[in-house]
Design a protein around this ligand. Structure first.
Ligand SMILES: Nc1ncnc2c1ncn2[C@@H]1O[C@H](COP(=O)(O)O)[C@@H](OP(=O)(O)O)[C@H]1O
Ligand SMILES: [Mg+2]
Length: 383
């Protein structure tokens, strides 16, 4: 659900009134906490947008290439590394007066091996072209070592102390043949401060700007979701339109809900979510799309429920959920594990969870949790 621009104007042109007396502490601390991430938010949006530009360039060339080139998966790999290098470069450059710690999915190990020189050179050119396309940067092009170093900035362990950026340079993958239903990917960037996600940005190049339910195939795509703790969630177009505030679906009747789940059945049990949907009386078929674009779509009310139940033993990584979770919670939703426990991003690279990750609005959550536990119990009893 999109909200008019009036609230946005309040946000962007906000002026703190001259105060002759001490303000109520809750208001004052809110202003302090939200304003302290303005610089980081601008840097994160710039980083994710530029990385998305790099990914779109790779996707465009893949979709236009001959069949033989399409079978070659290396451009997709180039985009993953390139995206991470660009985000790392932009954050370090824009926030040069802050200590820099980045927890990210890729590392340069394979690129340093014999035979990887050509791939590294392609990444270097792609990264430099992308950085040069941003007119505010007048820096010398990165060397191959500079690119490797930018990628390896992402080796931080994160944790409960200090600030750490958390990056999935490409969540899911760029389509290499044609963009089909469900083919979504995201550049997902979040900031942890003392173990808590305080800011998140999700760039979703293939996600329609219009709600999924009304989108026609010809509609424009490319969404940039951003959220700061206490400030709400906004959606811009990746082409640079004005941001609009978004909120999660307000529906209270689960029968009217539609739910998001992974396109890949190997990533989340479609059987379990089908059992849950049946108990809730959900009528619509599940919407199956890749990546954290699901969180973005949920934050603007395209659907009302997100379900993710990986196989037992799979450990979820923080970069797969940090940005998406704040995008949803700042839009008024709840994100938790399958028992309703909040997600804890302060324990290094992994999340400790009961069964999986779920999200919905506040009204639907109690019946959702009940349906989940019943379905889990039934499944266990049938084994
Ligand atoms: N067996 C598995 N179970 C659950 N998630 C998995 C998985 N194997 C990979 N994934 C994760 O699922 C993410 C994609 O999410 P989704 O299913 O929502 O599209 C992948 O992100 P990457 O593509 O960044 O590695 C990966 O981290
Ligand atoms: Mg991922």
């Amino acid at each position: 659900m999109y909200i008019g621009l009036s609230s946005l104007r309040i946000r962007t042109h906000f002026v703190i009134p001259t105060l002759n007396h001490k303000p109520k502490s809750s208001i004052f601390s809110f202003l302090n906490s939200s304003m302290s991430y303005n610089k980081e938010l601008a840097a994160a949006k710039k980083a994710a947008s530029l990385a998305a530009k790099l990914c779109q360039k790779v996707q465009k060339s893949l979709l236009q290439s001959d069949v033989q080139s399409r079978l070659d998966k290396s451009p997709v790999t180039v985009a993953d590394y390139g995206s991470q290098a660009v985000v790392s470069f932009v954050l370090e450059h824009e926030l040069s007066d802050e200590p820099f710690s980045l927890v990210a999915e890729e590392d340069s190990g394979d690129l340093r091996k014999d035979g990887a020189q050509d791939t590294l050179e392609r990444i270097r050119v792609l990264v430099n072209d992308t950085i040069a396309s941003e007119s505010t940067y007048s820096v010398s092009p990165l060397s191959a070592d500079g690119v490797l170093a930018a990628i390896d900035n992402g080796r931080s362990e994160g944790g409960p102390v200090g600030r750490h950026w958390v990056l999935d340079p490409i969540d899911a993958k760029i389509a290499s043949y044609q963009v089909c239903e469900g083919d979504q990917y995201a550049i997902a960037l979040a900031l942890l401060d003392k173990g808590r996600v305080v800011l998140g940005v999700l760039a979703c190049p293939n996600l329609p700007l219009a709600p999924l339910a009304v989108q026609t195939s010809a509609g424009p795509t490319g969404c940039l979701f951003s959220a700061v703790l206490g400030e709400g969630t906004y959606m811009d177009s990746l082409d640079g339109s004005s941001p609009v505030k978004v909120i999660v679906s307000p529906i209270e009747n689960p029968e009217e809900a539609s739910l998001f789940e992974s396109y890949e059945a190997a990533h989340s049990s479609h059987d379990l979510s089908s059992s849950i949907a049946k108990k809730l009386g959900v009528k619509a078929p599940p919407v199956r799309i890749d990546s954290q674009a699901k969180y973005g779509a949920l934050s603007r009310g395209d659907g009302a429920i997100y379900l993710r139940f990986p196989n037992a033993g799979y450990r979820e990584k923080i970069w797969d959920h940090a940005a998406g979770s704040i995008v949803v919670t700042e839009a008024g939703g709840i994100v938790s594990d399958a028992a309703g426990n909040p997600l804890n991003f302060s324990k290094g690279n992994y999340l400790d969870l009961y069964k999986g990750i779920i999200a919905s609005n506040q009204k639907l959550m109690p019946s959702l949790l009940k349906a989940i536990q019943q379905s889990i119990d039934e499944k266990a009893a049938s084994l």
